[in-house]
Design a protein around this ligand. Structure first.
Ligand SMILES: Nc1ncnc2c1ncn2[C@@H]1O[C@H](COP(=O)(O)OP(=O)(O)OP(=O)(O)O)[C@@H](O)[C@H]1O
Ligand SMILES: [Mg+2]
Length: 331
């Protein structure tokens, strides 16, 4: 049986003084260890949803269950110990040092000094930051944006929470630092298996990081699905337009060859028509457009299998469109 860590049941939420609900009829279940990305326009309710999870605000209707228990019934502090929260500008306390920032919650929980120091060093190393005294004694303004964000993540992990809530954590970083931190959070997820709720504006980030992507539009969930299904089987025009995924080429442009590994078949190895594991999926399509019926895939020199033209058409265009594609349509 799947281990459901978080469940929303018909949740409604707004803010005092507003005459409308910001989130309406929100229901979903998240399995322990999933990496969930939440994608939506500004004002669609992403931050509001995260705030509901750790009780910074309360729902006006419906129920929120964490590990099977309604969160309204326990103590908020107990809940937050289990939920690390990271926000865009890292949200570090400016008057505290790096070490003090990371140690905030362990101190509140009255850990002894030795345990706190040990944990601070452990988290700094985990986030690839220096453990030297000089670094630990710096204040947030003496750090780069990327370092601040790393300290923010270290702080969120201090009490080894079950869930990480991340609200556009990399939104303010330059492209290179952002890519680096994306890879690290992915690695962290693989290593420690934490459940992650990660809010982003960025379509590619949502697709790259999420096991499933929740798309919010004006306070409602339009689709909550695996990246591939979201693009290949959009639930409606809003999702199709969001990804501009109206052609096979555009659909494939969101993915790498490795994202389609399940379609690989044992077959005739053909070095003349080959792609690498981490290449964009469009390169496979290019080969097929040049008339290849199969394309061989290699990972660090090792043959992994081949894509067949028909399988790819079926996956990309959907079974219902297959006839048209075979009749000389797209691809
Ligand atoms: N404290 C508040 N009081 C009243 N309205 C609020 C409050 N906080 C947010 N809102 C409104 O609720 C709606 C959703 O806000 P929310 O912050 O959840 O959006 P978001 O999806 O996180 O947007 P962004 O991408 O810009 O961060 C917006 O219309 C916003 O103006
Ligand atoms: Mg927000």
């Amino acid at each position: 049986m799947q281990d459901i860590i978080l469940e929303f049941q018909n949740v409604e939420a707004g803010y005092p003084g507003l005459n409308r609900q910001i989130l309406r009829n929100i229901s979903f279940r998240i399995v322990k260890g999933e990496f969930i990305t939440i994608l939506g326009n500004s004002g669609s309710g992403k931050t509001t949803l995260l705030k509901l999870v750790n009780r910074l605000i309360s729902p006006d209707g419906g129920r929120i269950l964490f590990k099977g228990k309604e969160i309204a019934q326990g103590k908020p502090e107990q809940l937050r110990k289990n939920m690390g929260y990271v926000i865009q500008q890292a949200g570090l306390f400016p008057h505290m040092t790096v070490a003090e920032n990371i140690a905030v919650l362990p101190k509140v929980l009255k850990w002894d000094k030795k345990a706190i120091n040990g944990r601070v060093d452990e988290l700094l190393s985990m986030m690839k930051l220096p453990t030297a005294i000089e670094f630990k004694n710096r204040h947030p303004w003496q750090l780069s944006g990327g370092q601040q964000q790393r300290v923010g993540i270290a702080r969120a992990l201090s009490t080894d929470p079950d869930i990480l809530l991340m609200d556009e954590p990399f939104g303010a970083l330059d492209a290179v630092t952002r890519k680096e931190l994306q890879q690290e959070i992915k690695q962290l997820h693989l290593t420690f298996g934490k459940t992650i709720l990660f809010v982003t504006h960025d379509r590619q980030e949502a697709i790259d990081l999420g096991d499933r992507v929740m798309v919010l539009n004006d306070g409602e969930i339009c689709q909550f699905d695996e990246p591939r299904r979201l693009i290949l089987h959009p639930a409606g025009d809003a999702i199709r337009e969001l990804f501009h995924a109206d052609t096979a080429l555009k659909k494939l442009s969101y993915f790498k060859v490795s994202d389609f590994a399940d379609l690989l078949r044992e077959g005739q190895e053909d070095k003349g028509s080959s792609v690498e594991w981490e290449m964009p999926m469009e390169t496979v399509l290019d080969c097929m457009l040049q008339g290849q019926k199969t394309v061989s895939v290699y990972r660090e020199g090792k043959y992994m299998g081949s894509f067949q033209h028909g399988d790819l058409i079926q996956a990309v265009d959907g079974i219902e469109n297959q006839g048209r594609s075979q009749a000389g349509g797209r691809v």
